[in-house]
Design a protein around this ligand. Structure first.
Ligand code: G3H
Ligand code: 13P
Ligand code: ZN
Length: 310
């Protein structure tokens, strides 16, 4: 197998009524945990790198670690830029071997978002790279961008059809009620399936849609974090049942980062409390890696439905 684009992966997922998990990666243990989990369940997957992750671990380290994971697991893996803020970072990732980039122009006007997305598509497509864009505005925190619930807005289905047609983007992230980060909602989380259906009706058949902010902030892991350290005031995200329904309706890509962070951090905190004299990083990082693997397997089986799809 090799590092691949998401084109064929999404086509098969759409026809099969399941979604591909896009998991955020920052280091070796996270990459190993995710890919070992996917391998055990024979699941395709996307590894995504944010600007912050790329700065933290460096582009080349992440590329080589992912290449090593491909060789180790023989899985088809997409390497994707998460939330590319401008043309420059998309270009660097395209030139540097990524097979997919997101250009996130959701904070701009409709016309500005179209112009920026089109510029990235025109650079990416001749180089065999696919492009995800975003329309609508999710609430929540990612990197240094913080969007309040009041400033968030659902995707307009008519605009989605025009946006895809005019930009030529390969997939579209839509806002239907999910939100970034651990601090999700004040009220009861819900997903606007009516908007999802409306967007699907207006777009070409089987057009790949993406859900960001799709961690459920599982209380067990927030509680475990809090039991063994300072409080993480996580509030519950959209339930896994609702996300599973979105996957079965035709959402092709589901982004998960926060649930991995909570799994990893809670297991490291627990070990430091239960075994305070431990100072060999391999001891606590191997347990952390296993916690990532377990979470990924849980998501593949209970949310994505992508097991045994290779
Ligand atoms: O949606 C954003 C991801 O959770 C990545 O977060 O920008 O802090 O790496 P980050
Ligand atoms: P969460 O913060 O809900 O995990 O969302 C991750 C994400 O959307 C990455 O782009
Ligand atoms: Zn996101």
């Amino acid at each position: 197998m090799a590092i691949v684009t998401s084109k064929e992966m999404f086509e098969r997922a759409q026809k099969g009524g399941y979604a591909i998990g896009a998991f955020n990666v920052n280091n070796m243990e996270i990459i190993q945990g995710i890919t070992e989990g996917a391998k055990e369940l024979n699941s395709p997957l996307i590894l995504q790198v944010s600007a912050g992750a790329r700065k933290y671990a460096k582009h080349n380290y992440l590329m080589h670690l992912i290449q090593a994971a491909v060789e180790d697991t023989d899985l088809p893996i997409v390497v994707h830029l998460d939330h590319g803020a401008d043309f420059d970072i998309c270009k660097k990732c395209i030139d540097g071997g990524f097979t997919s980039v997101m250009i996130d122009g959701s904070k701009y006007s409709f016309e500005e978002n179209i112009a920026l997305t089109k510029q990235v598509v025109e650079y990416a497509h001749p180089r065999g790279v696919v492009v995800e864009a975003e329309l609508g505005k999710l609430a929540g925190v990612e990197d240094d961008v913080n969007v309040s619930e009041e400033d968030s807005s659902y995707t307009n289905p008519d605009q989605a059809a025009e946006f895809v047609e005019r930009t030529g983007c390969d997939s579209l992230a839509i806002a239907i009620g999910t939100s970034h980060g651990a601090y999700k909602f004040k009220g009861e989380p819900k997903l606007r399936f009516d908007i999802l259906q409306n967007v699907m009706d207006k777009l070409p058949e089987n057009y790949p849609l993406v859900l960001h902010g799709a961690s459920s902030v599982i209380p067990e892991f927030v509680e475990k974090c809090n039991k063994y350290g300072g409080e993480i005031p996580g509030a519950r995200g959209v339930t896994e049942e609702l996300l599973k329904k979105a996957a079965s309706m035709g959402v092709a890509k589901i982004n998960i980062d926060t649930d991995l962070r909570l799994a990893m951090t809670s297991s490291i905190r627990e070990q430091f409390v239960l075994n305070p004299s431990e100072f060999d990083p391999r001891k606590y990082l191997s347990v952390a890696r296993d916690s990532i693997k377990d979470m990924v397997k849980h998501k593949i089986k209970n949310v994505l439905g992508s097991d045994n799809k290779i």
